[in-house]
Design a protein around this ligand. Structure first.
Ligand code: PHE
Length: 464
């Protein structure tokens, strides 16, 4: 049970400081949400799963499941004001349930570490592509040359490991600097700049790509292409892209000032993040079709389509370099969020300094990441279950751990926490609150369970 020294929830303070404003919080969550998931992963996963129908299921998952999970995660975080493990322990007891809810926090910390281990490898590619773009190798490149260039790069384990090391070092550096000085500064200009560049690319893609074919691919649902794995992949992508289900948003919520509206902030982030993913798809698919590339090509998709487009544009070397700088920034601000739960935990639980904690966590993640780095070259033929080591870590985290974490989070917020606690955080019992509660209690849990059951084959198929 709680001791009576425990301050009333409204007076709790985070050990790590607070966001300086509501805008700072939105920027930080947006920075965590917008990343490789939108620009690298969304197009290739949509491509591998047949386009339109996948996009539709993904959008449904974002609105009906992603939004209530995000709101629940922020409200739990703000109420607990600690790292996700301690927050779940504290609130579990405070709401008259069990301290064992801490397993949700623990699972999140583990998921974050696993995700960052491969995220950092791909983010390393974007860092390397800054230099490649600047060197001019993509000027007037053809489909074959960009593919060959990509193959040569990921085929070299030395280069991939070097890039992964550089990215991890950058991430450790920002996390070590702490909430306000580190995180806020990084996101302030990155999201708007990235959006601007995507619009430049969109214009190029409308004028020079097969825009009609790209649009049709993304928005004509062919339910025959939707296997039970694609439904799970769509759910997993919704979680991944919104950074939910693993405590990153819970950790950020812990630094949120009392008066900020959770509903409005979540809405802004969900709309912003989804628009950027759709925009990226609208840029990439027309280029894929215009250049005879394969939409189901996998993780290399953006690293081939975009250099190709830039290579044919005037000022392409400049734009391409800037684009990969921005994408690296976007990945950087997401990497920070992936590390934050584990770092906050070490600081609070073992009284480490932030810098020490960042080095310990980051170093371990770097080591784990070697397995992914090698799975594109030396260990490329080492395949089991879903494919390479990278494929398996990705599947385990995005498609299983995140939705499972999200399921427990909405059950906790919707069923375990009492109405007054959640209403207090969400600004009263108004109509929006009731919609949230309906989604959190029924729609989201049933939706997640449905997709899980479907994926293990316990429900009938839509398609043969
Ligand atoms: N949302 C990030 C992206 O789309 C990835 C991420 C997942 C970040 C989970 C933090 C937590 O790239």
């Amino acid at each position: 049970m709680l001791s009576n020294q425990e301050p009333a929830t409204g007076k709790r303070k985070s050990l790590h400081g607070h966001w300086s404003s509501r805008m700072a919080f939105i920027l930080a969550v947006m920075g965590s949400a917008v990343g490789l998931g939108n620009i690298w992963k969304f197009p290739y996963i949509a491509g591998q799963n047949g386009g339109g129908a996948f996009v539709l299921v993904y959008l449904l998952c974002v609105v009906l499941i992603g939004m209530p999970v995000m709101m629940s995660e922020i409200l739990i975080g703000r109420r607990g004001r600690r790292n996700p493990i301690a927050t779940m322990t504290l609130l579990g007891a405070e709401e008259g349930s069990s301290r064992h809810w801490k397993f949700v926090g623990t699972m999140g910390v583990v998921a974050g570490i696993l995700i960052l281990s491969y995220y950092s490898v791909i983010a390393g590619w974007t860092v390397a592509y800054i230099l490649k773009s600047a060197s001019g190798v993509f000027v007037n490149a053809t489909g074959e040359t960009v593919s060959a260039e990509f193959g040569r790069f990921v085929g070299s384990w030395q280069l991939v490991v070097l890039a992964h090391t550089a990215f991890m070092a950058l991430t450790i550096f920002v996390v070590a600097r702490g909430v306000e000085r580190g995180l806020e500064q990084a996101v302030r200009f990155m999201v708007p700049a990235l959006l601007l560049l995507l619009f430049v690319l969109l214009i190029y893609s409308i004028t020079s790509g097969s825009f009609g074919a790209g649009l049709a691919f993304m928005f004509t649902p062919d339910f025959g292409a939707l296997t039970r794995d694609s439904v799970l992949a769509a759910l997993g992508q919704a979680f991944f892209t919104l950074s939910i289900g693993m405590g990153a948003i819970m950790a950020y919520g812990a630094y949120l000032p009392e008066e900020t509206s959770i509903t409005a902030s979540s809405g802004a982030v969900v709309i912003g993040d989804t628009s950027i993913a759709i925009l990226a798809g609208l840029v990439i698919f027309p280029l894929v079709f215009a250049n005879g590339l394969d939409p189901a090509d996998g993780p290399g998709l953006v690293f081939q389509t975009l250099p190709l487009a830039f290579g044919q544009m005037s000022g392409g070397v400049f734009f391409s370099t800037i684009f990969f700088v921005l994408l690296s920034f976007a990945a950087w601000t997401s990497g920070i969020g992936l590390m934050e739960p584990a770092v906050a935990y070490l600081v609070e639980r073992f009284h480490r300094s932030r810098a020490e904690a960042a080095v310990i966590v980051g170093g371990s993640i770097w080591l784990l990441g070697l397995a992914t780095a090698l799975s594109f070259n030396v260990l490329a033929d080492f395949k089991f279950y879903k494919g390479t080591i990278f494929d398996n870590i990705d599947h385990l985290t995005s498609n299983i751990l995140l939705p499972l974490g999200g399921l427990f989070i909405v059950i906790f917020a919707g069923w375990v926490m009492c109405r007054n606690s959640t209403a207090e955080e969400l600004g009263g019992h108004g109509p929006l609150y009731r919609v949230w509660r309906l989604l959190a209690r029924f729609v989201a849990p049933v939706g997640i369970l449905f997709v899980f059951l479907k994926a293990v084959g316990l429900l009938p198929e839509f398609a043969a």
